[in-house]
Design a binder for this molecule. Sequence first.
Ligand code: THG
Length: 283
Amino acid sequence: MKNYSIAKSRRLRSTPYTSRIEKQGVTAYTVYNHMLLPAAFGSIEESYHHLKKDVQVWDVAAERQVEISGKDSAKLVQLMTCRDLSKSKVGRCYYCPIIDDNGNLINDPVILKLAEDKWWISIADSDVIFFAKGLATGNKFDVKILEPKVDIMAIQGPKSFDLMEKVFSKTITELKFFGFNYFDYKGTKHLIARSGWSKQGGFEVYVENTASGQDLYDHLFDVGKEFNVKPGCPNLMERIESGLLSYGNDFDNNDNPFECGFEKYVNLDSDVVFLGKEKLKKS
Ligand code: THG
C-alpha cells in the first residue's frame, strides 16, 4: 500500500503532545474530531503485545469535550442519550449512546458528571457540539455549551497501576472503574479517571493546564523505565479483540443502539425524556 503524507493545517489541529510523539516515532495519524490522533508507532502487532504486557502513554487529545453547564444542563444531556442518567453521580463516568429523533446513533461518548449542573461529554468522531447547540436553542434551555481546552492523555496497560502509583501515590489505585477524582502533580490538580479505550486497564488524565500536562507526559517516561513504558495509541487489534466499537468505522448514523449491542445502555422503561424514545420502543 502506498502511503501519503498528511498536510497539517489550522483545520487539522495538533495537540499539546504532537511534538513529543513525533520525536518518539509516531508513524501514522488518523483524523478524529478535526484533530490529529496517532494511529501507529511502527508495528501494530508489536504494540499490541506490549500493551497487553506493560504500559503505554497515549495522546488521545482528539477525544474532545463538549462542556454543558447551567440550570438546564441535566435536561439537555438526558435529552441526547437513551441511558437513564437520573441516578447519576458526580465523580462518575457513563458510557452513553447519543441518539437522534430517529433513534439512530450520533455518537457514543463517555459522559462525566462534574457537578449537578456541569457535564463533559467526551466524544467520539462527530460534531456533537452543533447537535447540542441546536437542541438547546430549539428548547430554549438555559445552558452554556463550549469545547473547553482539555487534552486527554491516557495511561494504558497492566503496569499503568504501578506507574501511576509511583507518580500520584497509592490513592490513585483506589479509583473505581469509570470513577474520577482530582490528583495533584507538582502543585497542579488534574482530573484523572480510571478509564480508557483498551481493556488492559488504565487511566485518563483530562489535562486543562497544558504546561503541567506536558511536564507530566515527560515525567511518565522518565520514571516509567522500570515498567518498560512506551508511547502508544488506541490499538486496532486490541480494541477489536476487546469488543470496543468505533463510531464512523463500525457503526454510524444509520444504526440504532440495539444494532450495536448497546442494549445495556438503553433504558426504555424509566420516565426520562430523550429523543428517539418512541422510535426505539418500536425497533
Ligand atoms: N475515553 C474518553 N473519551 C472517549 C473514549 C475514551 N471518547 C471517544 C470514544 N473513546 C468513545 N467510545 C468508548 C467506547 C467504549 C468505552 C469507552 C469509550 C468503554 N467501555 C467499557 C466496556 O465496554 O467495557 C465500559 C462501558 C461501561 O459499561 O460503562 O470503556 O476511551 N475519555
